[in-house]
Design a protein around this ligand. Structure first.
Ligand code: OFO
Length: 184
């Protein structure tokens, strides 16, 4: 890897700043994406899924702000991302949770890439900061996988979708046990 010149007033390299701003964009999109899903669920009568997703939209915004704060206090400039192309309608509740699982796996990959980059250039402060996100992604992926599994376990026939929505309402308690904030 090409060694980057470090500016005298900070140890955050321009490459790392760029990667963190990309991650800010991803978290901002996650928040907007989940808010849009929450709204759609509410219009379809999936009340528990809607509440679950409203809360997750807030959490994603909190993730974005955590990155904003880190970038700026490390001497960089956190950039408000442009948000466009947000999907507003879905084929069904299953599609919503399939998309979430797919998206969370992509977020995990993105975090892992930045962690790897920081390790290679010996930016241990950012490496250390990102460990919270590593643990958080484990929670988010597990949660999304649990939600998708409900469709297989319960099935969508008859009152199936109603039952799935009830079970999704209970996932929050399960999430609390996996949260990195809980482990500290
Ligand atoms: Fe920010 O954890 Fe999901 O995307």
């Amino acid at each position: 890897m090409k060694k980057q010149k470090v500016t005298s007033s900070r140890s955050l390299t321009p490459d790392t700043e760029k990667l963190l701003n990309k991650q800010i964009e991803m978290e901002g999109k996650s928040s907007a994406y989940y808010l849009s899903m929450a709204s759609w669920c509410e219009t379809q009568g999936y009340e528990n899924s809607a509440q679950f997703l409203y809360k997750h939209a807030e959490e994603e915004r909190m993730h974005m702000l955590k990155l904003f704060n880190y970038v700026n206090t490390a001497g960089g400039h956190a950039l408000q991302p442009e948000l466009s192309g947000i999907k507003h309608t879905f084929k069904g509740l299953r599609e919503v949770f399939d998309l979430i699982l797919h998206h969370e796996i992509a977020v995990t990959e993105s975090i892992n890439n930045i962690v790897d980059h920081c390790f290679q250039i010996k930016d241990y402060a950012t490496f250390n900061f990102l460990q919270w996100f590593v643990a958080e992604q484990r929670e988010e992926e597990t949660l999304a996988r649990r939600a998708v599994e409900l469709f297989e376990l319960i099935g969508q026939e008859g009152v199936g979708l109603w039952m799935i929505d009830q079970e999704i309402g209970k996932l929050e308690a399960f999430a609390a046990k996996l949260s990195p904030d809980q482990a500290q």
